[in-house]
Design a protein around this ligand. Structure first.
Ligand SMILES: *[C@@H]1O[C@H](CO)[C@@H](O)[C@H](O)[C@H]1NC(C)=O
Ligand SMILES: *[C@@H]1O[C@H](CO)[C@@H](O)[C@H](O)[C@H]1NC(C)=O
Ligand SMILES: *[C@@H]1O[C@H](CO)[C@@H](O)[C@H](O)[C@H]1NC(C)=O
Length: 191
């Protein structure tokens, strides 16, 4: 008689344990797949670049060009970030320009285009004879723009401090109609 009464209880606990185990498994799977933090995809469009020739590099005058930074946030969390400045470098260490990145907010799973203007400072490029010669001979500028965006990610009201490091490698072919090519990579970090 005793065993008969216990059996449903046992079945019930096994069923409960199984449901809990499945729920945990689903939560872990979702955390590592669907909700896993993804690095944002960044693109650069040098929309305002009209002319950039050897004379511009030798004049010492700053070249300002409109630029659009396309950011694609594939996360289920929105990202709000503060103003930042991206330094533009030539051969990794010679700072030759800067790009102000105005603070803003990117909603979950959405794209934004941030409009800004890049300042290229040829006077700084001229500080390195080798860099200037290389640019003039190859008729191209190989630049790197890096920025660290500090902000907060929010998901269902939960806020966490996050930062996104983005590095873009740009090749600007000099000429009357300059061409720019870029590729970027980003890394999102939960602080
Ligand atoms: C070029 O831009 C830099 C940084 O914005 C500034 O410090 C410098 O004075 C500018 N130079 C000229 C010639 O406008
Ligand atoms: C961010 O930059 C904008 C101009 O681009 C300025 O008006 C604003 O005051 C800045 N915000 C902070 C917190 O520095
Ligand atoms: C951002 O700008 C690029 C180039 O102009 C365009 O192709 C893209 O659709 C824009 N994206 C958004 C979200 O406005």
């Amino acid at each position: 008689m005793e065993t008969k009464r216990r059996k449903p209880l046992l079945i019930c606990s096994i069923a409960t344990a199984t449901v809990v185990a499945i729920a945990i498994l689903v939560a872990i799977t979702l955390a590592f797949t669907v909700f896993k933090p993804r690095d944002p995809a960044v693109k650069i469009y040098l929309v305002g670049l009209r002319k950039l020739g050897a004379d511009d590099l030798l004049s010492g005058r700053n070249v300002t060009t409109d630029m659009v930074i396309g950011i694609s946030n594939q996360n289920y969390a929105g990202f709000k970030y503060a103003n930042a400045t991206s330094l533009v470098t030539y051969s990794d260490d010679l700072v030759v320009g800067e790009v102000p990145v105005p603070g803003g907010e990117i909603r979950a799973r959405s794209d934004v285009n941030v409009t800004t203007s890049a300042v290229l400072i040829p006077a700084k490029l001229m500080k390195s004879r080798a860099a200037l010669e290389e640019a003039l001979v190859s008729k191209a500028l190989k630049l790197k723009a890096a920025v660290m965006l500090h902000g907060t990610s929010s998901f269902c009201g939960v806020k966490v401090k996050t930062s996104v490091y983005t590095e873009c490698h740009l090749t600007v072919v000099l000429g009357k109609v300059p061409r720019g090519e870029s590729w970027c990579w980003s890394k999102l970090k939960i602080n």
